[in-house]
Design a protein around this ligand. Structure first.
Ligand code: G3I
Length: 400
């Protein structure tokens, strides 16, 4: 090997080792920053074993606690179903009322409806005296395979009307609230590069124009005057530039809808949280956003609360950090008296979308929810129980 080649090889090796070294140093710094979120003195001690729904639905603040469930899971897992009934006052079908998901999709073809999963979900709630939510009528995800080649600008309004009249009509008077439109506002760089109104370029926007939102709400109100009508969205929780931009875009949308008389009753705050981002959670920022929504005359539903632990190292700190995220978030949110419900997106780690969508790099079982895979209560259950029990009588929020 020539002297020059040897010198290049040496520099390449030094460079690689330095790069690898800096990667592992950065990873260790990030690991330490995450572990610093832990407070070993935080014990999450709870008094009594009272269920979450009974802690929530108390005199002076009849808050509803519940979860999202899949009809097949509660049919096949009796222990899970028993815990759902014990802890929850209100349920959201995770799949059954979407246009398309595996396992008995609602819309198998342009002219067909398969209500079997939704009927099973309703029957379960009626058997056990629980409330049922509708999720969701207008969304850019979970559209059936036939949608793209069938629905056009000419017939889109007809397909949407047919869907809402059939689905909302079938359950009229039996649904507590409908997520009429889901996730219509962009986030991240698309919010800055995209439309001035912040609307996501969904098939519905492309097919029907910006009025699709108002149209969906008005038609749903006509078909089921009893249900609360909700606009549902995510990515609004943290004191970050991206989340602040999306909060402002959501507020602009809600103000616009209210100004044109759109029949909207509530905002759905999905609250899919990330434990590793907890340093960016600022209670005052969340409370200000919720108060701004309430000032529009809207109720607020926390619709899909969970805490991904994807980035949290294995160890005793992990459940404590997740639990502290639940308690800190709810302690802030529940000070807003317009909040009428809290639902987690699932109840047990055995059944969470995060297992598939945000698996851990160490391949260990994710632990984002309140019960473990054997349905035992975790620290995060205690955290939610404490937040519900300690829910203060709301104090008026002073605008800073
Ligand atoms: O299991 C099948 C697999 O057999 C098949 O090969 C594959 C490809 O079609 O699909 C797999 O099922 C997927 C399922 O998740 C697996 O759990 C479905 O396609 C997929 O649609 C489903 O994702 C759901 C997602 O919404 C889209 O509908 C999640 O379960 C559900 O938790 C998630 O929930 C959403 C809310 O509705 C709206 N807010 C965000 C929230 C999380 O993304």
């Amino acid at each position: 090997m020539s002297k020059q080649t040897r010198r290049h090889f040496l520099w390449l090796t030094v460079g690689t080792l330095t790069a690898l070294g800096s990667v592992s140093v950065n990873a260790e710094i990030k690991r330490q920053q995450i572990l610093a979120l832990d407070d070993p003195k935080r014990r999450f001690k709870v008094v009594e074993k009272t269920s979450l729904k009974h802690r929530a639905f108390k005199k002076g603040r009849k808050l509803l606690y519940g979860a999202a469930v899949r009809h097949d899971q509660i049919a096949q897992d009796g222990l899970y179903a028993q815990n759902i009934v014990n802890e929850c006052a209100i349920l959201t079908p995770e799949w059954a009322l979407k246009w398309h998901t595996p396992n008995k999709p609602l819309r198998p073809s342009p002219l067909e409806f398969d209500f079997s999963a939704a009927d099973a979900s309703l029957a379960f709630t009626q058997t056990h005296g629980l409330l049922l939510r509708g999720h969701t009528l207008v969304w850019h995800h979970s559209l059936p395979p036939w949608f793209k080649n069938t629905v056009t600008k000419q017939n889109a309004k007809g397909y949407l009307e047919q869907h809402i009249r059939a689905v909302v009509g079938r359950y009229a008077g039996k649904i507590h609230s409908w997520d009429v439109v889901n996730e219509a506002i962009e986030e991240g760089y698309l919010l800055h590069k995209g439309r001035r109104d912040g609307l996501r370029n969904t098939p519905w926007l492309e097919l029907l124009g910006t009025n699709y939102i108002d149209y969906a709400f008005r038609l749903t109100r006509e078909v089921d005057p009893k249900a609360l009508l909700v606009y549902n969205d995510y990515g609004l929780d943290y004191d970050t530039y991206e989340d602040e931009a999306k909060r402002n875009a959501v507020l602009r949308l809600l103000k616009h809808l209210k100004s044109k008389g759109t029949p909207i009753d509530a905002f759905g705050m999905q609250a899919h949280l990330d434990a590793s981002k907890h340093r960016a959670f600022k209670p005052a920022v969340l409370r200000k956003f919720l108060r701004n929504i309430a000032d529009l005359g809207l109720k607020i539903m926390i619709t899909e609360l969970d805490v991904t632990d994807k980035e949290i190292p294995l160890g005793p700190e992990r459940d404590r950090i997740v639990a502290s995220v639940y308690e800190d978030y709810l302690n802030a949110a529940l000070q807003e008296k317009a909040v009428i419900s809290v639902q987690t997106w699932g109840l047990s780690d055995k059944y969470t979308w995060l297992s598939e969508f945000q698996p851990r790099n160490d391949s260990s079982q994710v632990r984002p929810l309140l019960l473990d895979t054997s349905m035992n209560r975790k620290l995060s259950w205690n955290a939610v129980a404490r937040a519900l029990s300690n829910m203060h009588v709301p104090t008026p929020f002073k605008h800073t």
